[in-house]
Design a protein around this ligand. Structure first.
Ligand SMILES: Nc1ncnc2c1ncn2[C@@H]1O[C@H](COP(=O)(O)OP(=O)(O)O)[C@@H](O)[C@H]1O
Ligand SMILES: [Mg+2]
Length: 247
């Protein structure tokens, strides 16, 4: 059974159709890239998966369970994590405090319980491990807003990991980065999400081929092709519609 599935998802904005019945099936542990030209509907598909929008028609399933009408926070609690949505709060909190807040929220520990030393020790150990994993141990006491761009991305990944998600959704995680920053963040994503289910929207083909094992091509709001990355790379339809395009 797929861990994440969309069934005949349709959506429009003010009567203008943008998704025309999208079927997506992601298996547990899979690394899926969603590619397609600008305006194809990739981000909209994510917004329907995470619950930001309610689809006009069709269904979203997590572990075979229909979650189409569940609110965003419910989906997040049940393992659907979307990264790259850093909020202003995390700009003021230190890296350590941000990760601590995320771990506390996952463990459902209320703030009036944090004086319990044993609980706090476990939480802090987890924060230290996360800092190590994302390579920000040295920056633990730095406010999020003061971090370099690539380090902010690393913190966002850490916040996502703190929730122990079952599916990680990344929307163009390397957008706006230099070549060197991109390589650094791709390496980080690869390392820290190993063995986890990852769905990534990405236009940089080097990033796609570095991170994904299967690719879904979205074109004008419909799936043009879906399959193992080497098959997609050779697919004449895909070449014509997308891969051959000048970026
Ligand atoms: N909130 C919105 N309101 C109106 N139109 C939108 C909205 N979000 C996206 N669109 C439109 O939907 C289409 C798909 O957009 P999007 O999902 O962002 O594409 P992609 O992420 O593939 O570039 C585009 O034509 C875009 O202009
Ligand atoms: Mg987009």
């Amino acid at each position: 059974m797929s861990i994440l599935q969309t069934k005949d998802i349709r959506h429009d904005f003010h009567g203008l159709a943008v998704l025309f019945g999208v079927d997506l099936e992601v298996a547990e542990g899979e690394r899926r890239a969603i590619i397609g030209p600008n305006g194809a509907g990739k981000t909209t598909l994510f917004n329907l998966i995470t619950g930001k929008y309610l689809p006009r028609d069709g269904a979203v399933l997590l572990d075979g369970r229909d979650i189409t009408r569940r609110p965003v926070y419910w989906r997040a609690r049940h393992g659907l994590a979307r990264s790259f949505q850093i909020t202003n709060i995390f700009r003021r909190l230190t890296v350590y405090q941000s990760l601590q807040a995320a771990v506390l929220s996952r463990r459902s520990i209320r703030l009036d319980f944090i004086h319990q030393v044993s609980r706090m020790t476990a939480v802090n150990q987890e924060v230290d491990q996360l800092l190590e994993r994302i390579g920000l141990s040295e920056q633990a006491q730095v406010p999020g807003g003061m971090l370099a761009y690539g380090q902010q991305r690393a913190l966002e990944i850490g916040l996502t990991l703190a929730l122990r998600p079952r599916v990680i959704l990344l929307d163009e995680p390397t957008a706006g980065m230099s070549g060197e920053e991109t390589r650094h963040v791709v390496d980080l994503i690869k390392r820290v999400t190993e063995g986890m289910t990852l769905v990534i929207i990405e236009h940089d083909m080097e990033v796609v081929f570095g991170l994904a094992d299967r690719i879904t091509v979205l074109h004008y709001g419909a799936v043009l092709a879906s399959g193992p990355k080497d098959e997609i790379q050779q697919d004449p339809k895909v070449k014509e519609a997308y891969l051959g395009e000048e970026d």
